[in-house]
Design a protein around this ligand. Structure first.
Ligand SMILES: Cc1ncc(C[n+]2csc(CCOP(=O)(O)OP(=O)(O)O)c2C)c(N)n1
Ligand SMILES: CC(=O)[C@@H](O)[C@H](O)COP(=O)(O)O
Ligand SMILES: [Mg+2]
Length: 588
């Protein structure tokens, strides 16, 4: 009976019988279910990639041959087969194994970025490099049907298909879903391909002769192949490798395969599960979900867009109530933004619900397709700031640093549910400029009332003798108030202010800054210059006599850990803020 413990590396897969391989697949599944259910992670996608990954490592010689996993969330099996079973106990935890490929972990890992639809472009570049350097290394890219709905995938296919001398093997892992069922004409085409040869699924000897989307672009097409039959996938991969030309191997898999709770989970087949002991609490996403639904009832012109993440981004309730006013465009953020521009030009007010990190790839669309035309589009950025276990390419720490350069665009960061409701309402009432509302992947705290309002700013704490002003951005208001309490025990009275709109600079902050000697902007976004975060830079640029400093995240790729651990590591927690204020005061 072959088990995962017998596999120290891909070389141990050779010579295994069909029965051994079946036992191994079963053991891998049991391992995944136990560990991922405990630590959290991408259970469904990895259960669907077990046999596919075993076959890949039996046919190709990683790391000499390059195996690319698009998005990388389905690479746990690849990690288990390349010597990292021991590290899975700390999967996605500080110092533990990353939930995505990691070049520092293994030479078998190539692409660390968890943003979808990039693998085929890497493959194109690698294949060109190997051709130019006379290398015999082969390039294989595993791409999900969801990732194939992203524009970059088609930009790459356009190049790959035009190069018959550069034989990239594209393994299409077609489980018919992103989170939800994959949408659009491509999904319909893949369905037709799957159905036209249901009977032939187990074994495919050679390329299909009938035309389809891939063959018309210059690829040989092998499939559809039963992606859970190791021998069938191996046959197809060996045939593909022997063709010496670009080829698509169409593997049909099931997300959550072999785990009944995942198979029966209609929402997303346990695409991403939280740690077993994860605490409850109302999420920011849930507050948004209710608010946008209420707004949808009041404002028939409000429509919503998602890039294949309607439920995770909080549009489930709105979609249930107003199904004709939600548009899932696939994993296609650039298209989503410019389509939103079109919706606004057509007289509607689009709300694009998207994770902060994924909006980065649509910056040009925000700048030139929305802002240049002064269009009222609202971007609701979930997972803004420090995200946590999903690591460097998932932290939402760039949006509030990059977006304020967009002329006319306004950024708001609610500190609590009441402010989210009010700010979202205000944002969808702005019809001549893009607006951004950002909040983290976290549970909301209680509402924090203002003691008084100055201009657009909420004063949350004040003292007539205060020399220190803390400018609190969004939910960091809680940490600032806790620090103010701590500082009071050191006889350091503090004013805490929440500007709510963090860009452009709220004029009320200037007056408040002028009345204090030390101003600290506490913002969970990356520094943009010597003085730190966007807000601090703006305040310092006003030349006020105060000393402006910043609490912001470094301009660095922060590894995975819990959100609290990362905030603490960068002084964005009450004790970090207190320590820094005392240090700065002692320096004068
Ligand atoms: C640019 C981008 N947008 C959204 C996401 C969020 N996301 C992660 S996995 C996923 C679905 C991927 O579907 P597919 O490629 O079919 O892989 P599967 O999970 O089905 O194996 C999405 C939308 C992402 N990682 N990157
Ligand atoms: C791989 C990917 O981009 C998403 O699945 C990501 O893991 C989002 O996770 P949460 O929705 O749990 O933040
Ligand atoms: Mg899929």
């Amino acid at each position: 009976m072959t088990s995962l413990a017998d596999i120290a590396g891909p070389g141990d897969l050779a010579g295994l019988s069909t029965a051994d391989l079946r036992d191994l697949a079963e053991d891998v599944r049991a391992f995944l279910i136990e560990r991922v259910s405990r630590n959290g992670g991408h259970l469904g996608p990895n259960l669907g990639a077990v046999e596919l990954t075993i076959a890949l490592h039996r046919v190709f010689r990683s790391p000499h041959d390059v195996l690319l996993f698009d998005t990388g969330h389905q690479s746990y099996v690849h990690k288990l087969l390349t010597g990292r079973q021991g590290e899975f106990a700390a999967l996605r935890q500080a110092g533990g194994t990353s939930g995505y490929p990691s070049r520092t972990e293994s030479p078998h890992d190539v692409v660390e970025n968890s943003h979808a639809s990039t693998a085929l472009s890497y493959a194109d570049g690698l294949a060109k490099a190997f051709a130019l350097t006379g290398s015999d290394r082969r390039v294989v890219a595993v791409v999900g049907d969801g990732a194939l709905t992203g524009g970059m995938s088609w930009e790459a296919l356009n190049n790959l298909g035009a190069a018959p001398d550069r034989p990239v093997v594209v393994v299409l892992n077609d489980n018919t879903r992103s989170y939800a069922p994959t949408v659009g004409a491509l999904a319909a085409h893949l369905r037709a391909l799957r159905q036209c040869d249901e009977g032939r699924l187990p074994h495919v000897a050679g390329p299909r002769t009938s035309a389809n989307l891939f063959t018309e672009l210059g690829f040989a097409y092998l499939g559809p192949v039963d992606g859970h039959d190791v021998a069938a996938v191996e046959d197809a991969l060996r045939a593909a490798a022997g063709l010496g030309r670009p080829v698509v191997v169409h593997c049909v898999t099931a997300k959550g395969k072999g785990h009944r709770p995942a198979e029966d989970d209609d929402a997303d087949h346990m695409h991403a599960v939280g740690p077993a002991n994860s605490s409850g609490g109302t999420s920011w996403t849930s507050v948004f979900a209710d608010t946008i639904t209420d707004l949808g009832a009041e404002r028939p012109d409000v429509v919503c867009l998602t890039a294949a993440m309607a439920l995770p981004a909080g549009l489930g309730r709105f979609a249930a109530r107003f199904p004709e006013r939600v548009f899932d465009v696939g994993i296609a953020e650039q298209h989503a933004v410019t389509s939103a521009a079109g919706l606004a030009m057509g007289g509607l007010h689009p709300v694009v619900a998207i994770y902060s990190t994924f909006l980065s790839r649509a910056f040009d669309q925000v700048l030139m397709d929305v802002a240049l035309h002064r269009l009222g589009v609202t971007f609701v950025l979930d997972r803004a700031g420090v995200t946590g276990p999903d690591g460097a390419s998932h932290h939402g720490m760039w949006d509030a640093s990059i977006l304020p350069v967009v002329p006319g665009l306004r950024v708001a960061a609610p500190r609590d549910p009441a402010r989210l409701r009010a700010l979202l309402r205000a944002a969808v009432s702005i019809s001549d400029a893009p607006t951004v509302i950002r909040y983290p992947k976290a549970s909301v705290g209680p509402d924090i009332p203002a003691v008084r309002r100055v201009g657009g700013c909420d004063i949350l704490r004040e003292h007539p003798d205060a020399e220190v002003l803390l400018v609190a951005v969004g939910p960091l208001a809680g940490a600032c108030l806790a620090a103010a309490d701590e500082l009071a025990t050191h006889d350091v009275p503090v004013t805490v202010v929440d500007p709510q709109w963090t860009a452009p600079l709220n004029p009320c902050l200037l007056k408040l800054s002028a009345a204090h000697r030390l101003v600290l902007a506490v913002e969970d976004t990356t520094v943009t210059g010597a003085l730190g975060g966007r807000l601090a830079q703006a305040l310092a640029a006003t030349g006020e006599p105060t000393c402006v400093a910043t609490f912001a995240l470094p301009s660095a790729f922060l590894p995975h850990a819990s959100r609290a651990e990362i905030l603490r590591a960068h002084g964005l927690d009450p004790s970090g803020i207190t320590t820094t204020v005392l240090k700065r005061l002692s320096r004068r």
